[in-house]
Write a protein that binds this ligand. Structure first.
Ligand code: ZN
Ligand code: ZN
Length: 291
């Protein structure tokens, strides 16, 4: 059985995300360990970290991952932006380690100059340095497969495999696959044949042992659009069938499958309350699981 969950807000403090996950009967959870659209985040007080860890333990929710800031770009050739990105990703890893998280989901980066191979090299080098500086850490770096918007790297399995290879198959690097990004980047998982061929390629190029997390999102945009717009499960260009196959695929048993679908707008951010949209999407997925 996959571990179904969702991205939850940390409004009111990181422990509140666990309360929200419990309210939605999540089995796995994703959070932002700091504001994803800013370089700097507030320092997490020790008592807040302690409360978060205690709540995670008591809830049995696992794995818990964070999603790194969208500003980080480890593929840039700009010295200033690269240093800022390295510092920010280091901070993400330190926060995740302090919170006891399983991993940090990261968009590999966008190449700004030079070739695609240079960009992949920069990503791998940067991540290796960060992990070397945190030799005793346990938190994994989870490279997210992207929709391939603009010059975003990581939209092909070849590129993900290349980064991992350049990292000498480091034990602390894994992969996060997003169903919306798969379709948008051109992997047609809608038909049984397309599904088989997509995951056949993934198994050959990256390997299922590297796959740690799924983001389950339907897509507002069609196959190969390279545009990243999430939609409610079963209501976008993917439809229900790919989700039915994924949640029942024995290769993905016991993997975290997390929603990043649109939330209800205009609700008080600090309250712990069930979002009917999250509940509906989770129930849709639960109903697809057959065993
Ligand atoms: Zn992402
Ligand atoms: Zn996305």
């Amino acid at each position: 059985m996959p571990l179904l969950g969702a991205h939850m807000s940390v409004a009111g403090g990181v422990p509140r995300a666990v309360d929200r996950a419990v309210a939605h009967r999540c089995e796995a959870l994703q959070i932002f360990a700091k504001n994803a659209n800013q370089w700097r985040g507030r320092v997490l007080p020790a008592d807040e970290i302690r409360e978060f860890r205690a709540k995670v333990k008591a809830s049995g929710i696992w794995p818990v991952v964070s999603h790194a800031s969208y500003l980080i770009n480890l593929a840039t050739t700009s010295r200033g932006l690269r240093q800022q990105s390295l510092d920010a990703m280091g901070d993400e890893l330190d926060r995740a380690e302090a919170l006891g998280l399983f991993g940090v989901v990261l968009h590999p980066g966008c190449f700004t100059a030079g070739s695609e191979a240079d960009g992949l090299e920069l990503i791998a080098e940067g991540l290796l340095d960060l992990l070397r500086e945190r030799r005793r850490g346990r938190t994994m770096v989870l490279l997210e497969h992207t929709a391939g918007q603009g010059t975003a790297l990581g939209s092909t399995f070849e590129q993900l495999a290349s980064i991992i290879g350049k990292m000498d198959d480091h034990r602390r690097v894994g992969v996060c696959l997003d169903t919306c990004h798969l379709l948008a980047s051109g992997y047609d998982i809608r038909s049984p044949e397309g599904y088989a061929s997509t995951f056949g390629q993934f198994g050959r190029l990256v390997g299922f042992d590297r796959l740690k997390v799924f983001h389950l999102n339907d897509s507002k945009k069609p196959l190969g659009s390279r545009v990243d717009r999430h939609q409610h499960i079963g209501e976008g260009c993917l439809g229900l069938e790919p989700f039915r196959r994924i949640v029942n695929d024995p290769r993905f048993r016991a993997l975290a499958m997390l929603l990043e679908t649109p939330k209800t707008e205009g609700r008080s951010p600090n309250l712990i309350q069930v979002d009917p949209l999250d509940e509906r999407n989770l129930n849709t997925l639960r109903a697809l699981v057959t065993d």
